[in-house]
Write a protein of this length. Sequence first.
Length: 156
Amino acid sequence: MFTVKLRVALTLLLIIAALSALGACGKTDDAGGQNKQQATASYIEAQSDVSQKEADTVKRRLVRMKEVKEVRGASVDNDIYMALTVEGFDRFFLDRIRKAAHDRAAEKYPDANIHVSTDRKISSDLKKLETELSGNKLNRKELKKRLKKIEDDMRG
């Protein structure tokens, strides 16, 4: 009789412990059910000799997209080049994310040639380009040449 009561008590204790552990697994920080970190972007307009106003404006719009973790970009003349970093489950929807990003940019600059990529190499290339622009190591001619190469890489 003592062992039956002990066995029942241990079983109930085990069930309560398991339910407590499983209940804590679903906790999130916000009401939406997902832990959304703020996307990052570096704004270089004030630091560069070549105006990056258009690129920085588009970055501000794209950084608000919930799927985007990081935005890189540069602009010259009437061309705007953007690279988005998308991680996790959202990578299954890259076409939709690129189209949404392109549409957001086109709302602000309808006459511009907007190029959007989710390729990590393009993001890395634009990051290097942003660093050089913020250090004033690039002139307009060299920037155009580098962006043309990035455009060619985007096309494959």
